[in-house]
Design a protein around this ligand. Structure first.
Ligand SMILES: [Zn+2]
Length: 136
């Protein structure tokens, strides 16, 4: 009884490698991970969440920067997101802002949403704050 047709043994390869993500101590698939990140964002579990939205595209979870629109991988958001925001910190320095703080970006974002220049930062922040209060 020849059993020659078996051929070289191949390792079992799954045709559609599922992206899995580690969250806490759990391994989650992409939709579950996206939900977990969305609820982390909803809780405001980290300050940088203010600047990112969670997107699920073709079974892959990504973070989108609401400042520049860049899409980042979401495997390790607590490292990726602050690193990305540092780029904006550099940009803020170019604009002549000496002190970098997350709140500064927050103001820039706010000013942009209100259609104002980021140059209204500083002495104009109170007025921007008032304008914002009226919009919410
Ligand atoms: Zn960005």
């Amino acid at each position: 009884m020849a059993d020659a047709d078996a051929g070289p043994s191949k390792p079992p390869v799954s045709k559609t490698p599922k992206a899995t993500y580690t969250y806490g101590n759990k391994e989650l698939d992409a939709p579950a991970y996206a939900e977990a990140l969305k609820s982390a964002k909803a809780r405001g579990s980290a300050s940088w969440w203010s600047f990112f939205t969670v997107i699920l595209t073709e079974g892959v979870v990504k973070l989108k920067c609401t400042i520049c629109g860049e899409v980042l991988g979401a495997k390790n958001p607590s490292a990726t997101a602050p690193n990305h925001l540092m780029k904006h910190s550099k940009a803020a320095e170019v604009l002549g802002r000496q002190v970098w703080h997350v709140r500064t970006v927050c103001w820039v974002l706010l000013c942009r949403q209100l259609g104002l220049d980021s140059w209204t930062l500083g002495s104009g922040t109170k007025d921007v704050g008032k304008a914002y209060a009226e919009t919410v």
